[in-house]
Design a protein around this ligand. Structure first.
Ligand code: ATP
Ligand code: MG
Length: 156
């Protein structure tokens, strides 16, 4: 993990926090729309607002579906937005496998609800300039996604 990615912005403008409870299927969508509104009010560029909302939604749904409980933090600084999630849960034994499009361990009842396409993590990565996921099986998962507001630093 690079020092730069690990560090949170030193002088944040605003921090949003959401608690994710067990089987709370509404909370990820609510967190995503609240984040979207806050970022729009701050006048952030459209693509950043859209991408941060997607990250919050997908990471939040993963906590609801695959973990027990956790929280999401969105740190908005003048030059970047960082989405940080932490959960307590079963964790991910093989992150490389979990990152593959189409890989999912979602059970049938979750698939019936329309989730479990195995696209969430790869989508989060696509929406981020920097992305880190770390997990300890049987303990939980930590995810960090960073988006630069300065286009010259944005990933292609
Ligand atoms: N927070 C988490 N805790 C434990 N396992 C996770 C977590 N997030 C992802 N995973 C594991 O990684 C797999 C892939 O996640 P991903 O978000 O890409 O797909 P999905 O959640 O299964 O389906 P989709 O996101 O398309 O509805 C999951 O099926 C699960 O096995
Ligand atoms: Mg998912």
């Amino acid at each position: 993990m690079s020092q730069q990615t690990d560090a949170l912005p030193s002088r944040p403008h605003l921090t949003l926090e959401y608690k994710i409870g067990e089987k709370d299927f509404m909370v990820a969508g609510e967190a995503a729309s609240k984040t979207k509104m806050a970022l729009q009010q701050l006048g952030l560029q459209r693509d950043v607002v859209k991408n941060v909302a997607i990250i919050v939604y997908e990471a939040g749904m993963n906590i609801v579906i695959h973990a027990q409980h956790g929280h999401i933090k969105v740190v908005i600084a003048p030059e970047q937005v960082v989405v940080l999630t932490e959960d307590v849960g079963q964790g991910i034994p093989d992150i490389e496998l979990a990152m593959q499009e189409g890989y999912s361990t979602a059970p049938p009842e979750i698939r019936e609800m329309g989730f479990g396409a195995g696209m969430g993590l790869s989508n989060i990565k696509k929406c981020s300039d920097e992305f880190i996921i770390e997990s300890q099986p049987g303990v939980g998962t930590v995810l960090k996604a960073r988006l630069y507001l300065d286009r010259t630093k944005r990933a292609a």
